[in-house]
Ligand binder design. Structure first.
Ligand code: ADP
Ligand code: ADP
Length: 225
């Protein structure tokens, strides 16, 4: 687990587009922060810079006590969950969830233990031997989260993880994500354009507009504004 600190973070794409402008934000260890705002306001770019998927043009990014501007994504010890959860179709849920651990040459017994623990937390125990094709959208999304949590990363980064689900499932998954985050206490940065999601999920909401941070506060505070 770790604090994430953005200091004067700016992103200019090669075509000249200024997507993120001087963002200053400290996300506490264990905090659940939502980045919300209209399409094109710079949410994904900000998240991708934290993940190391986009270069930072200016500013300093710290994860824990390290400056990570120049670190590759795999060396940042964070896990990303996207809206398009690309599961391996030929692998069982168990194997999908354990995949990264097998690559990391973790021993089989530990993998089994971590996968089964994650499956319990995510209500997937009965589905461990199924293939993704035989799961519902919500179950698949939970497998994608399971893949992230088995690695015990310092932080979770989620980019619109629920936007492919129908309205009913979205509400169920919101509850599950909250429970999961409270239980694991892992620092989480969650991107959404959905205001309801923003107001119900996080400890703190960061409202972005035109590449700038416009407002930061607890959902309660922003609601009363
Ligand atoms: P959001 O996630 O809030 O929808 P993005 O971070 O995707 O916003 O985009 C912020 C701005 O940066 C937008 O104006 C978008 O068009 C621009 N942008 C995003 N990705 C690129 C890219 N690869 N090259 C150039 N401009 C980009
Ligand atoms: P989101 O709003 O969820 O980030 P977008 O549809 O804006 O999704 O962007 C999808 C992809 O297109 C991203 O990889 C983003 O970097 C890229 N992209 C967005 N805007 C531009 C742009 N103006 N020029 C080039 N690539 C872009």
């Amino acid at each position: 687990m770790a604090e994430i600190q953005l200091e004067g973070i700016t992103k200019r794409y090669p075509d000249g587009a200024l997507a993120v402008k001087d963002v200053n934000l400290t996300i506490a260890d264990g905090e659940f922060v939502i980045l919300v705002g209209p399409s094109g306001c710079g949410k994904s770019t900000t998240l991708n810079m934290i993940a190391g998927l986009e270069d930072i043009t200016e500013g300093t990014l710290r994860i824990g006590d390290q400056i990570v501007n120049d670190k590759a994504p795999k060396d940042r010890d964070i896990a990303m969950v996207f809206q398009s959860y690309a599961l391996y179709p030929h692998m069982s849920v168990r194997d999908n969830m354990g995949f990264a651990l097998r690559l990391a040459k973790i021993d089989k017994a530990s993998i089994r233990e971590k996968v089964e623990e994650a499956a319990r937390i995510l209500d997937l125990t009965e589905h461990l031997d199924r293939k993704p094709a035989n799961l519902s959208g919500g179950q698949r999304q939970r497998v994608a989260m399971g893949r992230a949590i088995v690695r015990s990363p310092k932080a979770f980064l989620m980019d619109e993880p629920l936007s492919n689900l129908d309205a009913k499932l979205r509400v169920q998954m919101r509850t599950q994500i909250s429970r999961l985050q409270q239980r694991l206490g892992t620092t989480t940065v969650y991107v959404t354009h959905d205001q309801t999601e923003a107001m119900t999920l996080g400890d703190r909401v960061v409202v972005m507009r035109g590449g700038l941070v416009q407002q930061v506060g607890t959902p309660q505070y922003l609601y009363e504004e």
